[in-house]
Design a protein around this ligand. Structure first.
Ligand code: ZN
Length: 323
């Protein structure tokens, strides 16, 4: 038995107007035995750095001598947003598609984000499974999102192992809002539509390395590899909650300061109408909105950044799926 190999290459994703090239590093881990190819990336939303730290730690811990198949890992999929510690790219750089996760599979002749995605898609399209690591708000229950009705993607989500799994409807099943927000251009959806099982772990928190979130990410990747037969060992049976989708959001009706109900914690069930917090005018102290749960379910995000503009998300409630 030999040891497997790790290589890395610098890849040019696109060029800026000045001629400066946007490059990133792509890691390849090659097992001695044949097996599937897993594509993993992090930080296409550049402030979501717990995915990047997850890949660094996965790199340290991966037992390369036991690997079957190939892992392709991109720790910084979007250097533009990474450097700005942002979610989207400024309009001056890409006025057409400021959010990279709305443009997959990309277009080599398109806008900057489309070109970057198209370059990385060359790795994605050769893969048998895709994990797109994201992280959410400071107070979010870690969860994994998969395309509803796609059983192979669901199996990957279950293997990743978070307590909460969220299925998201697509195409004709999805709401008008799903289409309006360009969700068909998410990497996970584009891959699943090509028949490549794909998941989006949301590891919670951004901008700060959070040990718990990173450990969930590393364990999740190892169990995804076991599920795919790329690493030895069994994925443990787990009690997981299956719920539905991203769009069950409570938003700010008015701009102001949001004070969440002090007793609330993510991961708790809520009933429709339960109080979630108050938006008030910071100058007059006048309450502007008593935010309540829009439906019964599991509270999985609660905004802790208190300065909110009308339309901002305050909380998310997932509908528990009965099976
Ligand atoms: Zn994200």
């Amino acid at each position: 038995m030999t040891a497997g190999t790790h290589t890395s290459e610098e890849v040019t994703l696109a060029r800026l107007p000045s001629g400066v090239e946007i490059t990133t590093t792509v890691h390849s881990y090659e097992g001695d035995d044949d097996g599937p190819t897993l594509y993993v990336q992090a930080a296409q939303h550049g402030r979501e750095i717990n995915g990047t730290e997850t890949l660094r730690r996965f790199h340290e811990r991966l037992p390369l001598e036991s690997l079957s198949g190939r892992i392709v890992a991109v720790p910084v999929a979007n250097p533009l947003t990474f450097d700005r510690v942002s979610y989207t790219t400024p309009e001056i750089i890409d006025s057409v598609n400021p959010n990279m996760n709305r443009v997959w599979p990309g277009d080599a002749d398109g806008s900057l984000h489309q070109r970057m995605a198209a370059r990385l898609w060359e790795y994605v399209e050769g893969a048998d499974a895709v994990v797109d690591l994201h992280t959410g708000s400071p107070d979010m229950l870690p969860h994994v999102v998969f395309l509803e009705g796609d059983e192979e993607s669901r199996a990957l989500a279950e293997a990743f192992g978070t307590d909460l799994l969220l299925s998201e409807e697509a195409d004709d099943d999805a709401s008008e809002e799903w289409h309006r927000r360009g969700f068909a251009g998410k990497l996970r959806v584009a891959a699943a539509n090509e028949g490549i099982p794909a998941i989006t772990p949301e590891l919670a928190h951004n901008k700060q390395i959070l040990e718990d979130a990173v450990e969930i990410g590393v364990d999740g990747l190892c169990d995804v590899c076991r599920q795919l037969g790329m690493l030895p060992g069994e994925v443990p049976d787990r009690e997981q909650t299956l719920a539905r989708n991203h769009l069950g959001q409570v938003v700010a009706d008015e701009s102001g300061l949001f004070r969440p109900e002090p007793s609330l914690e993510v991961g708790r069930p809520v009933a429709a109408g339960d109080p979630l917090g108050t938006v008030y005018d910071p100058t007059t102290y006048e309450p502007l909105q008593s935010a309540t749960a829009n439906r019964g379910g599991l509270l999985y995000t609660l905004t802790r950044e208190s300065t909110v503009a009308a339309g901002d998300k305050l909380a998310s409630v997932a509908l528990i799926r009965e099976e």
